[in-house]
Design a protein around this ligand. Structure first.
Ligand code: TYD
Ligand code: MG
Length: 459
């Protein structure tokens, strides 16, 4: 064993900075306990793409006024939700990372899209699944294409050979953590490998003007380099998230050099792949006809650019133990405790002796403070065991003294509620100033205090 010659360095899994020795705190980004040890070869920076490509295509500085700006050519993806998140399509020559937990549906999303692009030659490099497994998945999705090549490969050098042979017009690498370059000694998935492979693919994308989609895993143990290291390198980071117990998946851009990061795409995982959900509100509110149940309130929230109607459910019951339980899914638990304290003080409910459970339907996590009013309404409704009437929805932030504060883009929220056939919306007073409400079919109730909302809901 040539152990004596082996050199190691320490890499930060958060930002990719390296250091010759271990440090408790990364000197570059300040993250604690993020350094991992990796073997390095004597010449780590020589990746295959560097060796073969940089010298002939030497770059030449240009005056900014003389650069011809051909409005970046975008490839229209078959999925409209994906286009929306990308900012209007995939920009040629861009490097896009799709990150998410294992099993959330990243491979399915990408495969489903590329099988519908018939006009381009596409190379799908998989380091995780065999060609047969991918074929089975394609059968399951029910799409086929003659222009899509699949190869199972993990060596970066061989991947570049395949690229030279096939000359793809779109390249997919699933996943970046399984690819390794021979120029670096450490294992696939280590910080230095991930960074090096991504940098080589970036160079390829820019020089050949071919868009490259990378798939990356996030994992909590930190044994694989998280997409954090990649975030600096790539042009766009799309996050695919959702709860595996639920069918809904949300795709959002956390970084995008060519578009807006507040866009959002919603999908549903079905038997035959992912289905686009162009109107999320419809599936997030249960449309029970007949008897109304207590403890349910419909709130209007905005995620990204899109308003959603979402059902909040609460259960308030007498505490069985000395310390009352508080359990929250999909909403900030500190915020719920704050709202409970406001209710106690302002409306006089003795909630201290009650267990309170709160749930946001559909497994979504909502951070929009405008959901406060719906949360309060659901809790009150369960507490008095009176159902909120059909067709009422709420939107507004609740302040510490029980005042209802205006939330952003109220008009958009009201219109969404109207579109979905809601009859009444309860909103903060004065939040529709300057908006012509006379033509709206929905009844608008403006309130400025929690007590007022309570009186309106339960008489
Ligand atoms: P996958 O795309 O393999 O996830 P990732 O690449 O993010 O690891 O998707 C995995 C899950 O999706 C798997 O648990 C099965 C489910 N699935 C369906 O429910 N329907 C389908 O049509 C397909 C292809 C997958
Ligand atoms: Mg996969």
């Amino acid at each position: 064993m040539a152990k004596t010659k082996e050199k190691t360095r320490w890499f930060c899994t958060e930002c990719g900075a390296d250091s010759p020795k271990w440090e408790g705190r990364c000197p570059s980004c300040g993250a604690w306990n993020s350094m991992v040890e990796e073997r390095v070869s004597p010449s780590p920076r020589k990746s295959p793409a560097t060796r073969t490509r940089t010298t002939p295509n030497r770059s030449v500085p240009q005056k900014v006024s003389e650069i011809k700006a051909s409005e970046e050519a975008r490839i229209h993806m078959p999925s409209e939700e994906l286009n929306r998140v990308l900012g209007g399509g995939l920009v040629s020559g861009s490097l896009v990372l799709i990150g998410g937990e294992p099993g959330i549906g990243k491979s399915t999303l990408v495969l489903q899209n590329i099988l519908s692009i018939k006009s381009r030659r596409i190379l799908y490099v998989s380091g995780e699944e065999s060609a047969m497994q991918i074929k089975l998945r394609a059968d399951r999705i029910g799409r086929m294409s003659d222009n899509c090549y699949i190869v199972t490969e993990t060596s970066l050098e061989t991947i570049f050979e395949h690229i030279a042979e096939i000359e793809p017009q779109l390249l997919i690498v699933d996943s970046i953590q399984t690819i390794a370059s021979d120029a670096i000694e450490s294992a696939a998935g280590s910080v230095s490998q991930v960074r090096e492979c991504a940098a080589s693919l970036l160079r390829y994308a820019k020089e050949e003007n071919v868009p490259v989609l990378l798939i990356g895993h996030i994992n909590k143990e930190g044994s694989l380099a998280g997409p954090k290291v990649l975030e600096h390198i790539v042009d766009a980071v799309l996050q695919f998230e959702g709860d595996r117990q639920y069918m809904y998946r949300i795709l959002r851009a956390t970084k995008n050099r060519f578009g807006n990061t507040s866009e959002l795409g919603v999908y549903e995982m079905c038997q035959r792949g992912l289905r686009e959900v162009s109107n999320p509100s419809e599936m997030l509110i249960s449309r029970q006809t007949g008897e109304q149940l207590s403890g349910c309130a419909i709130g209007v929230t905005i995620e990204g650019q899109r308003p959603f109607l979402i059902e909040t459910q609460a259960l308030v019951s007498t505490a069985a133990y000395g310390t009352p339980q508080r359990s929250v899914t999909g909403f900030d638990s500190k915020r719920m405790n704050m709202l409970l304290a406001v209710l106690e003080k302002r409306v006089g409910f003795k909630l201290a002796q009650k267990d309170v459970f709160l749930n946001i339907a559909g497994g979504l996590k909502v951070a929009d403070p405008a959901l406060d009013l719906a949360v309060i309404a659901a809790i009150l409704s369960s507490n008095v065991d009176m159902a909120i009437q059909h067709g009422i929805c709420l939107s507004g932030e609740v302040g510490l003294s029980g005042e209802i504060r205006p939330a952003a883009r109220m008009e958009q929220r009201v219109r969404e509620a109207e579109k979905l056939g809601m009859e009444t919306i309860i909103i903060p007073r004065g939040s529709l100033k300057g908006v012509d409400t006379s033509r709206m079919a929905i009844k608008i109730v403006e309130v400025s205090k929690v007590e007022e909302a309570f009186r309106h809901l339960f008489g």
